[in-house]
Ligand binder design. Structure first.
Ligand code: BG6
Length: 513
């Protein structure tokens, strides 16, 4: 899709935003993310003519790899994972400017070589260029990478101009409040906050950005967007996949660290925050932080707690038998890691007092779906409900983030006929029908924004800490309890019954997406 046919909101946002000459260095260049997401994203930006004429790509990793080999790894990655096929002419333009540097992440020497390479590129092309460092490594080396960028002077290069260095940090950003604070301190000891781009790839998804448009570019929702009309809000981030080959990572992470603390909390913040004063990065992030800080601490324990954790056991996905979590590769048979978590949150502010926000995320669930459902209160009068032919549903507004992107309003309508009978009916908006289906991937948008220097769709340091502040007591509690309280659910189901019971306590039930 060309830039002219992109979503109107994106056209507005990208207006007047040229990308200056740039060198992107990817740390973790032989890793999965680089092949599946980053290189294809860069390629698709080139297809859309969004890369500057002076654009260079450097892969950095521990393993020594000749430039030629890295180039063919990159072109294979594009052939396998890009949403658009490899066009040789476009790839040739990137390929000739693609290089590889090797070095240990905790050794200054490799970073000095990298700095020399950057100098020589600038010298050859006869111009100064901004550097974007994309840290896509395991989190254990985030800290040494950042410090070494500082030591060799790359962090402060062109500090006072728009060519200042940018650093993009992948998730997971810490594993609890303390480690996130330490990482923030390490980064802020070397970079200024405006140079730092903490990734949450959900923010790059078209439909997540559209949430802001739907909320703030339409006047019909705002009067209803509060405790007077909203009964409850349900955010579901369900996956049908299991942990696959990532058992080792997932054992340390679990659903709350992997999905809730970041992606799901971001969806919550965008849904519930106040209107920002403007669409600039700081205004939006200020509102998100205010919202996250207004969430009440979770009620833990065993007397109607605000959280449920569970692990999948074997079951059927798409008619095929799949193994239980504890039998997955790299997973302990006594594992205490949750593959599903559901939270009931209360937001302590004027707008949302008394409205429960239910969040759930799990692997190996019935199907892959991410949605935000605003469930409205029933009409105050029982005019219709006295008639037993009447089947009234709560009105709801559902944002389908993925797949089948769009939004749906659920209303009660009259079934045609001489009797007064009602039926819930749906009004659908589908992205693919209106805008076509070849929308940019989240990483395209995020890589472009980092090059442009727009931090709107990235997480600020205080934001990640506010979210960890809520989740960390939960992890401490679970740790102290060991196996106690871990529920199970069948693969291919909608989660454990304890999660249904949590909602029944409030006379609510989960939607079946
Ligand atoms: C990642 C998690 O952040 O998001 C994965 O680490 C998860 O476990 C993935 O599968 C889901 O992303 P998406 O874009 O496929 O919904």
């Amino acid at each position: 899709m060309s830039q002219e046919t992109r979503h109107p909101f994106l056209q507005g946002l990208s207006k007047h935003r040229g990308v200056q000459p740039t060198i992107i260095t990817i740390f973790g260049a032989s890793g999965d993310l680089c092949a599946r997401k980053l290189v294809p994203a860069i390629y698709n930006l080139a297809v859309d003519n969004l890369l500057p004429a002076d654009f260079y790509l450097i892969g950095f990793g521990r393993k020594p790899i000749p430039d030629e080999e890295f180039r063919s790894m990159a072109s294979e990655a594009i052939s396998s994972f890009s949403r658009r096929p490899l066009n040789k002419e476009i790839w040739d333009r990137i390929e000739k400017n693609t290089f590889y540097c090797s070095g240990g992440y905790d050794e200054e020497e490799g970073f000095q070589k990298l700095s020399d390479k950057i100098d020589s590129i600038e010298k050859e092309s006869g111009r100064e260029m901004q550097s974007v460092f994309y840290v896509s490594t395991p989190p254990s080396v985030f800290d040494p990478i950042v410090k070494n960028l500082g030591k060799v002077g790359l962090a402060t290069k062109y500090q006072d101009s728009s060519k200042h260095t940018k650093v993009v940090i992948e998730k997971p950003f810490g594993k609890d409040l303390e480690s996130a604070q330490n990482l923030n301190r390490a980064i802020q000891g070397v970079f200024q906050e405006r140079q730092v781009y903490r990734i949450d790839h959900y923010l790059g998804k078209e439909t997540v950005q559209d949430l802001l448009v739907q909320r703030f570019a339409n006047s019909i929702f705002e009067p209803l967007w509060n405790r007077n009309y909203v009964d409850n809000v349900q955010i579901t981030v369900a996956e049908s996949l299991g942990v696959g080959t990532r058992g080792g990572y997932y054992e340390q992470s679990g659903a709350t660290r992997d999905m809730i603390q970041n992606h799901t909390m971001q969806l919550l913040a965008l849904t519930a925050m106040e209107a920002p004063a403007s669409l600039d990065a700081e205004s939006i992030r200020d509102e998100k932080v205010k919202l996250l800080k207004a969430i009440k601490p979770l009620k833990l324990g065993y007397d109607n707690p605000d959280v449920v954790r569970a692990q999948y056991h074997e079951g059927l996905i798409g008619g095929k038998k799949v193994t239980g979590y504890r039998d997955e590769e790299g997973v302990s048979p006594q594992s205490e890691t949750e593959t599903y978590a559901a939270l009931r949150l209360s937001i302590n502010n004027w707008r949302w007092q008394g409205v429960p926000f239910y969040l759930r995320s799990g692997k190996r669930m019935a199907r892959r779906v991410t949605e935000i459902a605003i469930q409205f209160k029933r009409p105050p009068s029982s005019l219709f409900s006295e008639n037993e032919m009447i089947n009234l549903a709560n009105n709801s507004l559902v944002f389908q983030i993925q797949p089948d992107e769009g939004s749906t309003i659920l209303l009660n309508g009259k079934i045609p006929g001489l009797q007064t009978r009602t039926q819930p009916v749906k009004m659908h908006f589908r992205y693919s029908t209106t805008f076509g289906s070849n929308t940019p991937e989240a990483y395209e948008r995020l890589v472009l924004d980092a090059m442009i220097g727009d931090g709107t769709l990235f997480i600020r340091g205080d934001e990640t800490e506010a979210s960890w502040n809520l989740i960390t007591p939960l992890h401490e509690f679970w740790k102290s309890e060991g196996q106690r309280g871990i529920e199970t659910y069948a693969s291919g189901s909608w989660g454990p019954s304890a999660s249904d019971r949590m909602l029944w306590q409030n006379s609510h039930e989960w939607r079946r997406p």
